[in-house]
Structures are given as C-alpha cells and as structure tokens.
Design a protein around this ligand. Structure first.
Ligand code: PLP
Length: 391
C-alpha cells in the first residue's frame, strides 16, 4: 500500500548492536556471558560531568539551544582542539551533534550521490559503508592491512582516487583494528592530496585520546593546507565514557558547516541542552579520569594480546590505540563469523566477526577490552578451552 524509497533497502547495520541484543538475551536465560563485543568504555561517566548535567537541569536549561550548540561549549571545543592539535579553531566552525555518528551521516549525505565515489577504511566502522550505499554513491574500500600495522597506507589510499572521488574517510586510532596511522604516513597522504584539491576529507578521530606506548595521535587538523576541505569527527562518547549521552562535535569548513547546520535544524534542532552543559564540564574540568581510564585500558591491552597469542591458531598484533584487539584467527580453521557466533552460543563470550567491518575483515575477530581484567582473563580461558575442544 505504500512505497518506501529504495535507498532504505541499501542501508546497513552495526552488527555490534545485534550481538549485544543476543548476549543480553542469553544472559536473561541465565547464561553467564562475558561481553567483549560492544565498543564502549565500561567506566561510568566521571561524577563532576554528571553533576554538571543535574545542575543544568536544576538551573532551568530546558529549552532549545542554538542548532550548533551553546556558545560556551563551542568555545570550549575550539580551545580543546587547538590545545591538542595546534590548529587555530573558531567556535563558528564547531558543530555539536548528537553523537559522532551524526557527523558521519551529514558528511556522507553531503558528498554521496550516484556516480560519486567515496573512499573508506576496510575493515572499518560499518556505518561508513552503510551510509555511502544509502546515498547511492559507490563505496571504494581502502584496505587496512595487518602487515602495515593496521595503518592507512598513503600510497595505496592515493592510488584509489579517481576523478569521481568526492570524499575520503580516514579513521585513526581505528575501530576495529586498534591501528594508529603514524605521522609520517599522514604527512605523505596530505602531500599527495595536494594533487586532488576537490577531494574532501572526513577524519574520524573519536579515539584520538586513546593511544599507547607513548605514540602520539597525528590529527589531520594539524595540516593547514587541507583545512578548507577537512571535516573533523570527534566527541565525548569514548574519551569521557559518555556513549549514552549522545554528544559529539565536529569542525567544518565554512560552506559545509552551513549545510550541516541546516541539516541539524531540519532533523534534531539541537543536542539535549543539559548534556551540552555536561560536555562543557568534561572539556574544562579535570582530565584525570581520562588518563586513568586510558592507563587501565593499556594494562588490559597487554593482558588481552598476551592471552590471545597463547590460543591455538590465533595471533594478535599489538593494538596501538582505541580499546580493541583484532586477532588473526586464520590458522584456527574457522571462518570469522562462524567463530564469533560459536564463541557466543557455546562459550559465552561475545566478540564480533571481522567481516562485519568489511570484506578485508575475514580471518579476524574483534574483541573490545573495555571489560574488567578479571572478565578478560575468564573470556580468554573459555576461548582457549573452546578452540582446543573443537579442533
Ligand atoms: N566512529 C568510530 C570509529 C566509532 O567506533 C564510533 C562508535 O563506536 C563512532 C564513530 C560513533 O560514536 P558516537 O557514539 O559518538 O556516535
């Protein structure tokens, strides 16, 4: 009786949510499930941030705010990005969005149409490809290779650009691999992009404050030569353990920012007002909780990598950022999705099969180490028992 536009038959999913739903189901049936599937910090939001939201509600911040976010928050975002990247940022360039995902949604809507090509990392966050397909544009995967430390290769990325390329999506530190692209590689990429001035760049730096081994995150914001075509995606979700608050921020070149503001006005009006004041407290308050959380992830990272490398048929590179390990399971004889599913159903350990992040994800599974050291140890033991018993 009604006709939904065909674009909706092309829109994808984030399988992490399906795995979470299944894990929750099994737990409800009384099974003891260890969840290494979902990509969110297992820490609560620091109390001073929560208090700021409560205070905002008590102080009467109940109405609409400007579509791009309240000015003090945009000023704080500009100052924070300046401090971390060295780039000069004006609050006018900042748009506060309901989650980092919305920046991605807007940017891909702006550049995606039939005939256009959009480059995105594979394996990578599944929503990139889903949104590209939704717009009718051609998704062009940039292979992210284990032998390259799960970093972008500047040469390979540049080689995929054609006259039809409109947008290049970058992500470092990366989901699902934990790979961090070194500064030298970003230097080379930016240098090569000079020959392609009409290719816009969406840099997803949501894990930018989560790097290990003293490795510095190289932000695309630090390159003035591409600022006029760079969209920065960042936010509070991972850094401040605020995934459920739905708070993200983005920096846009002026013309694109105006289009993004209009999209905001046409869809969600503004981000939840109280959450914005919480976001301000997060940026301007003490950062100890962030550092403590990253230090704790670092410990678990070692635990997870050591444990994985002891499993039969499994080898894991050491992730340099975010909170994921992406072990190679090629020698177990299992296909990745079958293994992830069997681990959940039979061993009670939720992980995500690599193919949920793209065709280059076959042969890998993703484990989030945003779980207690104790649970990680139990999960690894179960995985070991499972792999031995099913050999
Ligand atoms: N970008 C990447 C690479 C992610 O892994 C995620 C969340 O998992 C997001 C963006 C979305 O973040 P948010 O929860 O702020 O929408």
């Amino acid at each position: 009786p009604f006709h939904v536009v065909p674009a909706f038959s092309r829109i994808g999913e984030e399988n992490a949510f399906a795995v979470l739903a299944r894990a929750t189901d099994l737990a409800r049936q009384g099974r003891d499930i260890i969840n290494l599937g979902i990509g969110q910090p297992d820490f609560p939001t620091p109390p001073h941030i929560v208090e700021a939201a409560v205070k905002a509600l008590r102080d009467g911040h109940h109405g609409y705010t400007p579509a791009t976010g309240v000015l003090p928050l945009r000023e704080a975002v500009a100052a924070d990005v300046e401090r971390r990247t060295g780039a000069a940022v004006s609050p006018d360039e900042v748009i506060v969005v309901p989650g980092g995902k919305v920046t991605m949604f807007m940017a891909i809507l702006m550049f995606g149409e039939p005939g256009a090509e959009i480059l995105y990392p594979d394996p990578g966050f599944p929503i990139y490809r889903s949104m590209i397909e939704f717009t009718g544009a051609t998704p062009v995967p940039v292979p992210i290779r284990e032998e390259n430390g799960f970093a972008f290769s500047a040469a390979e990325t540049l080689s995929l650009i054609t006259p039809r390329t409109r947008l290049l999506i970058l992500n470092s530190p990366a989901n699902p691999t934990g790979g961090v692209t070194p500064k030298a590689e970003i230097d080379a990429l930016v240098a090569g992009l000079a020959a392609h001035p009409d290719v816009a760049i969406l840099s997803d730096e949501i894990y930018g404050q989560m790097t290990y081994d003293g490795l510095a995150h190289a932000s695309l914001m630090a390159y003035p030569e591409i600022r006029d075509r760079l969209i920065l995606l960042d936010g509070w979700s991972k850094t401040y353990a605020m995934t459920g608050w739905r708070m993200g921020f983005s920096i846009w070149p002026k013309v694109l920012g105006e289009a993004a503001r209009k999209l905001a006005v046409n869809s969600y009006s503004c981000v939840n007002a109280a959450a914005q004041w919480a976001g301000l407290a997060a940026l301007t308050g003490p950062q100890d909780a962030v550092h403590a959380m990253v230090a704790e992830f670092d410990k678990r990272r070692r635990l997870v990598v050591e444990g994985l490398n002891r499993l039969p048929g499994v080898s894991s590179a050491t992730p340099r950022g975010a909170f994921y390990a992406f072990p190679n399971i090629g020698r177990t004889g299992w296909k990745a999705k079958a293994l992830a599913s069997a681990l959940l159903e039979e061993a009670g350990v939720a992980t995500i099969g690599g193919p949920d992040f793209g065709v280059h994800g076959e042969g890998y599974i993703r484990l989030s180490y945003a779980n207690s050291a104790e649970n990680i140890a139990r999960a690894l033991e179960r995985m070991g028992d499972f792999l031995v018993s099913r050999k």
